[in-house]
Ligand binder design. Sequence first.
Ligand code: NAP
Length: 375
Amino acid sequence: MSEMTIEQPSSKERASRQRIPVAILGATGSVGQRFIQLLAAHPWFRIHEVVASDRSAGKAYGDAADWKLETSLPTEAADLRVRSLGDDLESALVFSSLDASVAGEAEELYASRGCAVVSNSRNHRMAPDVPLLIPEVNCDHLDALKVQKKRRGGKGFIVTNPNCSTIGLAMAVAPIERAHGIDVMHAFTMQAVSGAGYAGVSSFAILDNVVPYIGGEEEKVESEPRKILGRWTPEGFKDAPMKISAHTNRVPVLDGHTICVSLRFRQSEDLRRHFPIEKLIDDVREALVAFRGEPQRLGLPSAPEQPIVLLPDSDRPQPRLDRNAQNGMAVTVGRLRPCPVLDIRLVALVHNTIRGAAGAAILNAELLHARKLLP
Ligand code: NAP
């Protein structure tokens, strides 16, 4: 009698099966491809389902997505069949990088079906029961989920990450807000073309050019940091009491949003009376370098060791040189100096599709998993 051999899965296969299956809505787009790239090697999550528009549905992911990233298309994603928006999904964790025209309704639908929806899109960011989360800054805002679930019913929920410029701005100034409080802030952005999505800006419009308008962007940069830096209370979110004025510009850079910031402290006159500006700059420098949060404490897989990297060189940060700091998950800050009109000024840089989008959402999901909040 021949002996039957049953092939045992390798330890790598077993580990892969134990990872949490996830779905990506808008998987074919600029942010969607970053999700695929970052999740392919993720220790906790496994790409199980990909969803896009009817243009892509039914095709293999490798055929539907016009892969644009510097690394090759991960084999585990290439053969997945692209699902239609609205299809029933097996994954209880759903990342969303859908176009805003469809994200609002679709995210609500999947949350109502019991999924944790971790979104990049703008639609629910300012909702009174939805955390606009940066885990290093405001993980206490997750308490809003209890209210959200009660209000909307069911086990599912929506968590969002900020606009791609906002996250760079909010992270760079969070330690300053904590140390001294911010009264007024001027933010001037120079935003990469990948921030507009693949179909966003034609090369003819952006090469040799700067476009001083990005629809809806100034409003986001002026409102989102106030929610992020504010507090969750039993009565709801209380915005940080700062005023923000933003100019947002599209520039011919591929990836990486640069933000020039000038700000005035809340107790400006008092502080300036008691301390020379050099002392205040030193305080801010120390606060930026020492800045750490819950992801670092928990050792989350995507957490940068140092969320804010302070560069001493007078001509940094620069997108081409600095956008990949700490795997694209850190915000780099430079040119910290006195401001002749307000108090201080600085330049911040964020990789818009990593820390500004897919990487931010993945870190949010890691925090949800670590806190046992995933359905
Ligand atoms: P994108 O490149 O244009 O990709 C949009 C995705 O949405 C594609 O997968 C597309 O599928 C899908 N989609 C469009 N219409 C659809 C429909 N009617 N039904 C189902 N799927 C549909 O845009 P993106 O830059 O990745 O941005 C995605 C979202 O993230 C946006 O809400 C954006 O505001 C936000 N965001 C972007 C960035 C950034 O740096 N790019 C940063 C933060 C947040 P098809 O390929 O099949 O058309």
